[in-house]
Design a protein. Structure first.
Lengths: 409, 235
């Protein structure tokens, strides 16, 4: 009953000082809009980075021999998968699977007359849907077929760096399964740009049969990269594929670094959110403090009528809550609207910024994403911090001695 | 029947380095149904006495009893509880909550006392009718004249059926007509309800209404039952 009266007094007092109230509400709304945009941008960055990593590089799952270590890129028979095409065909029969692509990895040194570079060979099935981004990313020359021999594809970043063009002949010095190093000449059939800087910079693409021949690994593969129709089916499919002698790696295992970076980035962003919220909260507390000092006499009247300290505190805190709730409501509308708009038109980062994110296939446009759980947390955080900071003006109001307050007459 | 008793009450105020004795060893009693004025020049301690009687402030020495209960040692919240049910206040500047209507201002003490809605409505309307403002219940203070505001304040002071109403210069900001009207209403309600009224005043019109006059001087009681015809209220 008393709370309803306190709401009434608080709300009407805010209406009485319209300009100050509107300015404070606008500050809350804009503050929330800004941090929602930041959260949306971070989510957009994480979502698109992860999505593109999976799409171009890691797939949802990888099946490997249990002894295979990717850092060593072993070509020993015992470390590789036998009959990878048959395995891939079995995996593709699962209804959740979109594609299963065997890949052979090997280390190589590419040399031209003027330059050389240590690279990673990707022996692929060019027709596999998993490598569609390669095909679509072709910017010069022609794509490969499974039967292509003596032809390779290189990334545009690498080609630009060591000045290679389509049609040029290059030498690849590659180790084989016996540990011998062999030289072979290849023609650059095409140049691609996936937007994934580290991939474009360090990969040599050739048909898997060509790679197997070069490395004398027979009909073996380093891994089978599996993509699914729905990322959420990863655990279920991983469980189905689990078998002795194999290692199953999920997209979470394969993107550990990215996920850790994003978590750290997310934590850092929270520091910024809290700073923005604190600035808004201090503004509200200052507004309330001014209001309390202007209403000293009124506080004295209320105390003389028998209103207790905690009731006076509650009344002032309710004003803070009213201001916050209205500001948060408007901020949510502005924030959701901004994120929705930018999620369709994108936010231009510029080529230089995109280039900094080497391990993510991020273009120069960032598309923020809706993050409803984050938006809710940020709204509640705003409300909580504003209320907490408003305890001070509420306490000032409550501790006024009625006699002193009334003498403010 | 005695309702308030002060025993050897002393109160000092310190502002900066200057300490002023506002009340000096004051002993005084007030009974049920009194209609009493405190008179004296400015600085004689009238307002301080009202504040201590009303538990808005505590004495530095001495004791205060309300209905024979020693309230001197009560903490702030306990004194607030006491005020909300037993003591009504009327101030010189009306002291209404500016954002509440006449009805809501009068209703507020009842809300603080957890009185139910039906009973609140009956009581509020009875008092607003009694002060002649039954037709102005939805008006806020800035929509009421000074006299009307003071009448709302009178209604608010009486709404909890208190033991005593303490009024500090209630007519100081009213013209002759409104001042007379306010005093007529308070006298009538005093006679009807039996609530004691104690006024601190310079206004001779208020003194004329009093059945008892307490004369104060320099924080002491010069005369606890001064005869009306020998009173002077000099600044």
């Amino acid at each position: 009953m008393a709370i309803k009266t306190f709401w009434t007094i608080g709300f009407r007092d805010l209406v009485r000082n319209r300009r100050r109230t509107i300015a404070t509400i606008v500050a809350v709304a804009l503050g929330l809009m800004v941090i929602m945009l930041m959260a949306g941008m971070l989510k957009g960055m994480v979502d698109s980075g992860l999505r593109d990593n999976i799409r171009i590089y890691t797939g949802h799952l990888q099946l490997r021999d249990e002894s295979y270590e990717v850092e060593k890129m072993s070509l020993l028979a015992r470390d590789l998968l036998e009959q990878p095409q048959a395995l891939a065909a079995q995996i593709e029969m699962l209804p959740e699977t979109k594609s299963a692509a065997p890949v052979l990895w090997a280390s190589t040194v590419l040399s031209t007359a003027r330059e050389s570079a240590g690279l990673q060979i990707w022996g692929i099935d060019p027709a596999s849907p998993f490598h569609e981004p390669l095909r679509l990313g072709l910017v010069e020359g022609s794509y490969l077929t499974a039967d292509s021999r003596g032809e390779i594809l290189l990334g545009k970043r690498l080609a630009d760096e060591i000045d290679i063009s389509v049609g040029q002949r290059v030498s690849l010095a590659t180790g084989d399964s016996n540990g011998a190093i062999g030289d072979a000449l290849f023609t650059v059939a095409g140049i691609f740009n996936t937007g994934f800087a580290s991939y474009d910079q360090s990969s040599v693409i050739m048909p898997i049969a060509q790679a197997q021949s070069l490395t004398r690994t027979g009909d073996r593969a380093s891994t089978i990269i599996v993509t699914l129709h729905d990322r959420d089916d990863t655990a279920a499919v991983a469980a189905q594929l689990a078998a002795p002698g194999y290692t199953i790696l999920t997209w979470e295992d394969l993107n550990q670094l990215l996920l850790t970076l994003m978590e750290t980035g997310g934590a850092f962003y929270y520091i910024i959110y809290i700073i923005v919220i604190l600035v808004v909260a201090v503004l509200i507390a200052n507004t309330l403090l001014m209001s309390v000092f202007e209403r000293t006499r009124e506080m004295g009247i209320l105390a003389s009528l028998g209103m207790k300290q905690r009731q006076i505190m509650l009344m002032v805190l309710l004003e803070a809550v009213i201001l916050s709730l209205i500001g948060i409501a408007i901020g949510l509308v502005l924030g959701l609207g901004s994120v929705a708009y930018l999620s369709s038109v994108g936010f231009n980062l510029g080529e230089d910024t995109a280039g900094l994110m080497e391990n993510m296939a991020m273009g120069s446009r960032l598309y923020p994403a809706m993050a409803p759980d984050q938006f809710l947390i940020l709204s509640l955080l705003m409300l909580a911090i504003v209320t907490l900071v408003s305890v001070y003006p509420a306490w000032v109001a409550a501790r006024m001695e009625p006699v002193e307050a009334l003498h403010a007459f | 029947m005695e309702i308030i008793r002060l025993e050897n009450v002393t109160k000092d105020y310190t502002i900066g380095e200057v300490t002023t004795r506002a009340l000096d060893d004051v002993s005084l009693q007030f009974a049920n149904g009194e209609f009493t004025t405190l008179v004296g020049p400015s600085g004689s301690g009238k307002t301080t006495l009202l504040q201590i009687m009303g538990c808005l402030d505590l004495p530095d020495k001495g004791k205060v009893f309300i209905e024979n209960r020693d309230v001197t040692g009560l903490k702030k919240n306990a004194r607030a509880d006491l005020r909300k049910s037993m003591i009504g206040f009327i101030f010189q500047f009306f002291a209404l909550v500016p954002v509440l209507s006449a009805y809501e201002n009068v209703e507020l003490p009842l809300i603080l006392n957890n009185v139910g809605e039906k009973e609140r409505k009956e009581r509020v309307m009875y008092l607003l009718d009694a002060v002649g403002l039954g037709h102005r219940v939805d008006h806020r203070p800035d929509q009421l004249s000074g006299g009307e505001q003071q009448r709302v304040a009178i209604a608010r002071a009486l709404v909890t059926d208190p033991l005593i109403v303490l009024a500090d210069e209630p007519t100081a900001n009213l013209d002759t007509e409104n001042g007379k009207q306010a005093m007529d209403i308070m006298l009538k309600l005093n006679e009807e309800t039996g609530t004691a009224f104690v006024f601190a005043t310079h206004d001779p019109r208020v003194v004329d209404y009093a059945r008892r006059v307490v004369q104060m001087h320099d924080g002491t009681i010069a005369n606890a039952n001064a005869a009306l015809d020998i009173l002077q209220t000099a600044d």
